[in-house]
Design a protein around this ligand. Structure first.
Ligand SMILES: *Cc1c(COP(=O)(O)O)cnc(C)c1O
Length: 215
């Protein structure tokens, strides 16, 4: 077994200037603390209640990211502290987050999640959908949101050509949308344990890594 500090340092060296989001879903507080003690401060969870619980239990200087599908009625559990919501996958969810943020007088940082793979047809904006809504003045009021970029997940496959195509597509969506937002719109969250080297090749600024870190 490799030492956790070595493991994290080798990933950090590989990803260069991209940000590492350590995906700690299903991990115990002890496991998270071992990464914390190795210097990691940004952690991602995919369930709102788990995020809220870990926020309460663990050190205050951890930046917590929401990376999984978020139901509108769960926004209130994480709104007061969440550092970034990667998984904003609908206008209705954006509205719900904005409303909650207003209530607590906070600006919440979010990414727009896009559907870029064939298998996962459930969550995310379609390519073209956001631009269409912006052009038709159907984009919601986002007074208390800082829209920081895009997020996507590639197909879980060993066919790297498929993955390359999907990440290339997400980066292209990012470039197309960028002129419509503020200078905060600069993040491309893509890449997990199995595909992050490809994501980095296609311009990822954030990678979300779980299993490879915790092993
Ligand atoms: C679980 C998860 C990850 C991390 O996956 P690993 O394969 O463990 O690196 C990244 N992003 C999302 C949205 C996840 O749910």
């Amino acid at each position: 077994m490799t030492n956790i500090t070595e493991r994290i340092n080798s990933i950090l060296a590989e990803i260069g200037s991209a940000q590492l989001v350590a995906v700690s879903k299903y991990r115990s507080n002890e496991e998270i603390m071992s990464l914390y003690n190795a210097g990691q401060r940004v952690f991602g969870e995919n369930r709102a209640q788990d995020l809220a619980k870990k926020y309460e239990d663990l050190p205050e200087d951890i930046e917590w990211h929401m990376i999984g599908h978020l139901q509108r009625n769960k926004v209130k559990y994480i709104a007061p502290f969440v550092g970034l919501i990667h998984s904003c996958d609908s206008v209705r969810l954006l509205n719900a987050i904005n409303k909650e943020a207003k209530k607590i007088d906070r600006t919440i940082r979010v990414l727009l999640q896009f559907k870029i793979n064939e298998e996962d047809t459930k969550y995310g904006f379609e390519r073209g959908e956001v631009l269409e809504q912006l052009q038709n003045d159907q984009w919601p009021e986002c007074s208390n949101l800082e829209i920081c970029g895009v997020m996507g997940m590639a197909t879980n496959t060993s066919d790297t050509e498929v993955i390359r195509k999907e990440f290339n597509n997400l980066y292209d969506i990012f470039k197309t949308l960028k002129p419509n937002f503020t200078e905060s719109f600069k993040e491309v969250s893509m890449g997990m344990s199995n595909d992050y080297p490809i994501a980095l090749d296609f311009g990822a600024t954030m990678v979300r890594i779980g299993s490879k870190l915790f092993e």
